[in-house]
Design a protein around this ligand. Structure first.
Ligand SMILES: [Zn+2]
Length: 216
């Protein structure tokens, strides 16, 4: 049976490694250097899948493709094994944000779930940004404020350069002795979350940010 095992950010990571290999090949580095670049890329990719079966490891092996066409086929093959973003309904989203009586919802039919690490949409009327992500097996959502004017900078979530906005959220963490205590955390995020989802190669920052804002 075909088992899907690759997440969106992992495929992005693999594509990034291929870009690095191609770059080295283009700059005419000696063969042994190129071989080392490929070895390193291979090792990093296998690290992402510690439980991969023999068959999956073979599929991931980056030492085989050499030509542009073969790289394309390699990616094409892996794309067939994508773990899509969990199916989520409008009802579930409403439950996630109970305080928002008139919650603006994203058009779920327009979103490509196979190319999604996190779901995010904006409510321009209230300058709110919503982020939904699967954290330790549970779907969680946070509500953020964001600045409407974007600028070119590095996104904290995908680490890519692009048009970003500043977003911030109030953490749910409370200090026992001071019930009025609240802390806002924030950072730069791609203005267009579908672009961010194409670039994100790991979920470290996203996980940390969500955990901190949820106070868990
Ligand atoms: Zn981004």
């Amino acid at each position: 049976m075909k088992e899907n095992f690759i997440k969106n950010e992992q495929l992005n990571f693999i594509k990034k490694q291929i870009a690095l290999i191609k770059e080295s090949a283009k700059s005419n580095v000696p063969q042994n250097v190129l071989a080392a670049v490929i070895d390193l890329a291979n090792a990093k990719i296998l690290d992402l899948f510690p439980n991969a079966t023999k068959e999956q490891q073979e599929m991931l092996d980056l030492s085989k493709p050499k030509t542009e066409n073969e790289y394309e086929q390699y990616i094409q093959r892996l794309s067939e094994y994508m773990l899509p973003f969990p199916k989520i309904t409008e009802q579930q989203l409403k439950k996630m944000f109970p305080k928002q009586k008139k919650l603006k919802l994203p058009d779920l039919t327009q979103i490509d779930h196979s190319q999604l690490t996190y779901l995010s949409w904006n409510d321009l009327r209230s300058n709110k940004k919503f982020i939904v992500f699967e954290l330790d097996g549970n779907m969680v959502g946070i509500e953020c404020e964001f600045t409407s004017n974007s600028k070119k900078n590095v996104c904290s979530i995908c680490h890519g350069m692009g048009e970003v906005v500043y977003f911030s959220t109030v953490t749910k963490a409370k200090k026992a002795r001071n019930p009025d205590y609240y802390k806002a955390i924030g950072n730069l995020i791609c203005a267009d979350s579908s672009e961010c989802n194409k670039k994100i190669t790991n979920v470290e920052y996203l996980t940390t940010f969500l955990k901190e804002s949820l106070g868990s």
